[in-house]
Design a protein around this ligand. Structure first.
Ligand code: UD1
Ligand code: CA
Length: 450
């Protein structure tokens, strides 16, 4: 099955510099949702019609073909632009809109099956909309069969009361689609070539047209404005939360939990309120994440506890305890059984198994072994104002409070660093390094001062 996706429109009603189809819902550009649903319904080739902001749109998607529509003359014209791509095609083509991101692959599959069963030249998906404003209305014959679609702007007051709308999802016989498109006119309120007019043209040629009503109108909401964007986002997030809960994840307060469409979470993990799980984040089993945490593109193992944390583009292994107030930055790997808490930042670093960073540390560009214990206020000094350098810490190293490790520097296995040291030279294995001035006590100093 081949699919045409219309995504060339300006999205005027969004009042945005960003092309409409790049606006995110459920954490993913709306066009990506449409592409993903088409692929999961069995589509083998997706032709995306682009125009407004074409370059930017093109940059954001792979695995699809693009066709330019230089002037946005309407949805019918947009489909016509793909004609050459189908010169050798026969059978059925699915047509979707890039601004209708809520339908599932499952719905599309069912829709295509209905079309194929009915032997119709075209099938359109329709929905009973609680508020049909802005949508094309479905006009039916007295016997209930499809008659035509009237756009909101062209509809009379009687037609505007109809709540059944065109969802913008169609199946066509490829040959018949392009033949009919050639006779679509632009004599309407918007001066555009409307794709829905193809249905009337085919019907007048005595072809069979089917209109298939969706069970849940929320799958077919179109996004033309920021208000509709927020509504769609809410629906997608609710759907994601329900899907996760049904698979064995506890979400204490779904209303304050924001989980992006592609996030995966293992069984018996608990998500506490005010938590954001974003991008390609993958969380294992038996974890407790949140409250008040944000994970973006994170790989997280099993039995991880994290409260009040921001972690992004990094990996956390099993049995790790994080927080409160921890920032894990990109390219970090936190090994099994590590404990990090109370205002600690880790950047571009590897923390070995069972090491402890319990309070007020900055660890950047560091490779740390297993079983280390870092005192409160340990800092890896990784930047000289021009370049960044790495710090290497072996296994079972103990660093006293308020110490600086000035990179590049190596602290070998089993070494101890005295509190308050500023380490600028390597510390050999099992040595104690003290790098601070000795204390002097001046006897009776206060008496003399008087
Ligand atoms: C369209 C339908 C309407 C339907 C609604 C469903 C038409 C004429 N109307 O209205 O019946 O109820 O979708 O959401 O088809 N596009 C192009 N090139 C163009 C114009 C549009 O690629 O020249 C793309 C847009 O980027 C968008 C899609 O086609 O993704 C739909 O266009 P839009 O202007 O949003 O149509 P609606 O007014 O919503
Ligand atoms: Ca639209």
């Amino acid at each position: 099955m081949e699919t045409i996706i219309l995504a060339a429109g300006k999205g005027t009603r969004m009042k945005s510099k960003l092309p409409k189809v790049l606006h995110k819902v459920g954490g993913k550009p709306m066009l990506q949702h449409v592409i993903d649903a088409a692929k999961s319904a069995g589509s083998t080739r997706e032709i995306v019609v682009i125009g407004s902001g074409a370059e930017l749109v093109q940059k954001n998607f792979s695995d699809v073909e693009f066709v330019m529509q230089n002037e946005q003359l309407g949805t019918g014209h947009a489909v016509l632009c793909t004609k050459e791509k189908f010169a050798n095609s026969k059978g059925t083509v699915l047509v979707l809109c890039g601004d209708t991101p809520l339908f599932t692959g499952e719905l599309l599959k069912k829709f295509v099956e209905k079309h194929l069963e009915s032997n119709a030249a075209a099938t359109v998906l329709t929905a009973e909309m609680p508020d049909a404003t802005g949508y094309g209305r479905i006009i039916r014959e007295d016997d209930g069969t499809f008659k035509k679609i009237v756009e909101h702007k062209d509809a009379n007051s009687y037609e505007r009361q109809i709540s059944e709308v065109n969802a913008g999802i169609y199946c066509f016989d490829i040959q018949k689609l392009f033949t009919a498109l050639a006779s679509v006119k632009n004599e309407n309120a918007q001066g555009e070539y409307y794709l829905p007019d193809v249905l009337t043209i085919l019907k007048n040629d005595s072809e069979k047209i089917n209109a298939f009503v969706v069970d849940d109108y929320r799958q077919t909401l179109g996004i033309n404005s920021r208000v509709q964007l927020a509504e769609a986002d809410k629906i997608l997030r609710q759907r994601k939360n329900i899907e996760l809960m049904e698979s064995g994840v506890t979400i204490l307060d779904p209303a304050s939990t924001f989980i992006d469409a592609d996030v995966e979470i293992g069984q018996d993990t608990i998500i506490y309120p005010n938590t954001y799980l974003e991008g390609k984040t993958k969380i294992g089993e038996n974890c407790a994440i949140g409250p008040n945490s944000r994970f973006t593109n994170m790989i997280v193992g099993d039995n991880v506890q994290a409260q009040f944390c921001y972690c992004h583009d990094a990996e956390i292994c099993n049995d790790v305890i994080l927080g409160p107030y921890v920032h894990i930055r990109p390219n970090s790997k936190i090994s099994n059984k590590v404990k990090i808490g109370n205002f600690v930042e880790v950047k571009n670093s590897n923390i070995g198994e069972g090491s402890k960073l319990p309070h007020l540390q900055y660890i950047g560009d560091t490779d740390m072994g297993a079983g280390c214990n870092l005192g409160c206020g340990t800092i890896t000094v990784n930047y000289d104002g021009k370049k960044k350098f790495r710090t290497t810490i072996g296994d079972n190293v103990f660093v006293g409070c308020n110490s600086n490790l000035v990179a590049p520097v190596t602290v070998e296995d089993g070494a101890y660093i005295a509190a308050g040291s500023t380490i600028t030279e390597n510390v050999p294995k099992n040595n104690l390094a003290i790098a601070r001035s000795r204390q002097t006590n001046i006897e009776n100093w206060n008496d003399k001062r008087k």
